[in-house]
Design a protein around this ligand. Sequence first.
Ligand SMILES: [Zn+2]
Ligand SMILES: [Zn+2]
Length: 149
Amino acid sequence: MITNKMIPDNLDALRARGRRLTRPRRLILDVVRAADTHPTAAVVYRRVRRRLPRVSLATVYRNLRMLAAEGCLAERAHAGGLRFDGNTGPHDHFTCLVCGRIYDVPARAERGGRRRIAARTGFEVLDHRTEYYGRCGACRRRGRSSVTG
Ligand SMILES: [Zn+2]
Ligand SMILES: [Zn+2]
């Protein structure tokens, strides 16, 4: 499991580019980094609103996209929609098919695999992503096996 402590802080880079880190932006960033299950914009909105009741979903969404464009967050397209990831380092994901949570898992070193693909196809591989699917530990302990349960 990769913890948020390992994430390089890009706030200095943000400030250097002259963007003011407004209260909502700071809060949105904190909420995403504190969550370890890759929240959707709607989930981030609900959590931010607890501390900032006047904030709108549009503001949260716009700031999420902006923070992602600046490299403070990662955006991940998932079956259930766009998810936001506070962990911007290299890692893979495990999606629980029962509860829908998305967990971070350490990235496997795949240099050999990249070389093989390059040799076979002539592609220059710059990045890759591995997605794992199954049942998470909590769901296994509860004996849950149905996706709807
Ligand atoms: Zn689960
Ligand atoms: Zn992640």
